[in-house]
Ligand binder design. Structure first.
Ligand SMILES: CSCCC(=O)/C(O)=C/O
Ligand code: FE2
Ligand code: NI
Length: 187
């Protein structure tokens, strides 16, 4: 069962409703027979493709991969992960831009909405086996080119200016987001 709490204070627990209000959805899956439920979710939400990813101590370059997953990033699609075995942490930004840690384990299906800053980590057991669901073909690792990254920076520049009006975002935070964007990778 998923557990969510403030990254800085694990006693401050968030409910599933709190997660939902951030846009993060959670579906508990019965691991003894999940096929029908999974297919139903896929049909309802338009997930047409899936693959599986396993990270373990035997994964070549595991720590480098984990460093990339732990870089704050966002995607222009939902990130849907169904944990088949093992466990891990998705950290997402709340409305005040503070990190919320979501511990996922076997039987948890989590949906991080498109365009939400997040990062992923493993615990000390260094093991997760997850199904990834996609609306389109699975996206492989791709590095944003200099030109594209410039375009994205300009988009977010305007996006963040918009946010600055409604949320009074700090200049530091704005610059930080720009810096993150400059080294943006999608995976
Ligand atoms: C639980 S699968 C590994 C994490 C992942 O796929 C991802 O994209 C994190 O942002
Ligand atoms: Fe990702
Ligand atoms: Ni991600």
């Amino acid at each position: 069962m998923v557990k969510a709490y403030d990254f800085d204070n694990s006693e401050n627990v968030l409910s599933l409703e709190d997660l939902k209000s951030l846009g993060v959805l959670y579906f508990p899956m019965d691991m003894t027979s999940y096929t029908d439920r999974l297919n139903q979710i896929c049909t309802e939400r338009g997930y047409k493709n899936r693959d599986e990813v396993k990270l373990s101590k035997d994964t070549p370059g595991l720590e480098d991969k984990l460093k990339i997953f732990f870089e704050e990033h966002l995607h222009d699609d939902e990130e849907i992960r169904f944990i088949l075995d093992g466990c891990g942490f998705f950290d997402v930004r709340d409305k005040q831009d503070k990190w919320v840690r979501i511990r996922v384990e076997k039987g948890d299906l989590i949906i991080v909405p498109a365009n939400m800053y997040h990062r992923f980590a493993l615990d000390e057991n260094r093991f997760v086996h997850a199904m990834r669901l996609f609306t389109d073909a699975p996206k492989k690792f791709s590095v944003v080119s200099g030109y594209l990254s410039l375009q994205l920076t300009i988009c977010i520049h305007f996006g963040s200016l918009g946010l600055a009006c409604s949320y009074n975002f700090s200049h530091d935070l704005f610059l930080k987001k720009l810096r993150i964007l400059q080294k943006l990778t999608t995976h």
